[in-house]
Design a protein around this ligand. Structure first.
Ligand code: PLP
Length: 381
């Protein structure tokens, strides 16, 4: 970001930030359903009372049924607790403290990963498990499964659901089933990170497959939900931490711990953002419109990804096959630090270390320039 701001090159492009942009790659994309709900909430003239410690009841029930639809997972007979937090990062942080207090002093995360995990899980030892294979640029499921087989029973393992950041590679359904089998056998507690709901497969139901599958298999889980990307409400981002246990009785104890943890972390979550989200999710019509807008964004990203791929192919860049398997709002080129610097210094194209670009920040009329620069950069070893 700093380098981008300092650059005087008129061709400069900032591809670092994970916010959805309009076609010009600059203006923030907005969801009209969010604007509509916001106006309705403002017009209700509600007061600004303290949010209850668990969160606002409407928000909690709407997030529960977003992630665990009532028809499939009736609230009457499952063991799921939902707590409102601030942002996905806040949910991960609360979960980290809960793990430290009750379960373990370490957590396993994938080997290419969301870099803030290190500081978010700072009270835990953060250990990498094999995920991205840099040789063939693919998800190394064999190594991942055999690693899981070897870790201690009752370990805590973090998995991202619905478009892995930064690699864009998710396990297939069959691979999730194999992961679940080991988690069941070894009593592994899974900490799912759901920050990109809607961006994996163009269907919320498909994106939630691993969570639903693990729930049906009775595997104990923590789930961190971030609304930032799926509602594009970045600065009003309300998160949720969901806990699914086998013993309903343990939920009360967990809830009490989370109250203390969250009071120490952020006191109260904002009521404002939560009212907007629950306004959308509790109204069938608005919810349907929101789902359509989200799917439209997913389609745009898919089309832009294809345009970038075509431009790379036109430039005779050979090493692009792996990009076709990636999902989500990013493309991941697996660049080394020297290549990232080269791209910035020579072309004023700024990307996250590792070579992750935010697709929607690349405007259509800059794709050709990007593809030429990337070709040159990939040839620098
Ligand atoms: C994988 C992953 N997890 C969690 C988060 C955190 O989400 P939030 O911005 O809501 O804190 C992000 C945000 O970019 C992310 O990419």
């Amino acid at each position: 970001m700093n380098k981008f701001n300092l650059s005087t090159n008129e061709k400069k492009i900032n591809l670092t930030i994970g916010m959805l942009k309009d076609d010009d790659g600059i203006r923030l994309r907005e969801l009209s359903t969010v604007r509509k709900a916001e106006l309705e909430v403002i017009n209700q003239n509600l007061n600004k009372e303290y949010t209850p410690m668990a969160g606002t009841p409407d928000f909690l029930s709407s997030i529960r049924s977003l992630i665990f639809p009532e028809e499939q997972f009736p609230s009457s007979n499952t063991n799921i607790l939902v707590i409102q937090t601030i942002t996905g990062g806040g949910s991960l942080r609360s979960g980290s403290e809960l793990i430290r207090k009750l379960i373990s002093n370490k957590i396993y995360v994938s080997n290419q990963t969301f870099s803030p995990y290190k500081s978010i899980f700072r009270d835990l030892e953060v250990i990498s498990y094999p995920y991205f294979n840099s040789e063939n640029k693919s998800l190394d499921i064999t190594k991942l499964l055999s690693f899981l087989e070897k870790i201690e029973d009752k370990s805590v393992v973090n998995f991202q659901v619905s478009s892995h950041n930064p690699t864009g590679l998710d396990p297939s359904k069959e691979e999730w089933e194999k992961i679940a089998e080991i988690c069941m056998k070894k009593n592994i507690l899974v900490f799912f990170d759901l920050a990109y709901l809607g961006y994996g497969n163009g269907s919320i139901e498909e994106d939630l497959f691993p969570i639903h599958y693990f729930q049906r298999k009775n595997i104990e889980m923590l789930i961190s939900y971030s609304s930032g990307k799926s509602f594009m409400n970045y600065c009003d981002d309300i998160g949720a931490l969901l806990v699914s246990t086998r013993e309903r009785s343990s939920l009360e104890k967990i809830k009490a711990h989370l109250f203390v943890i969250n009071r120490g972390l952020f006191s109260f979550s904002s009521i404002y953002g939560s009212r907007i989200i629950s306004r959308i999710l509790l109204d069938e019509k608005l919810k349907g419109e929101w789902l359509n807008e989200l799917q439209e964004t997913w389609k745009n990203l898919r089309a832009k990804r294809q345009d970038i791929l075509n431009a790379l192919i036109k430039e005779n860049v050979h090493q692009v096959d792996f990009l076709k398997n990636q999902k989500g709002i990013y493309m991941f080129f697996d660049l080394n630090n020297a290549q990232v610097d080269y791209l910035g210094d020579k072309y004023s194209i700024f990307v996250v270390p590792g070579g992750r670009i935010s697709i929607s920040s690349l405007a259509a009329d800059k794709i050709e320039y990007f593809a030429k620069a990337m070709k040159d950069t990939l040839n620098q070893n």
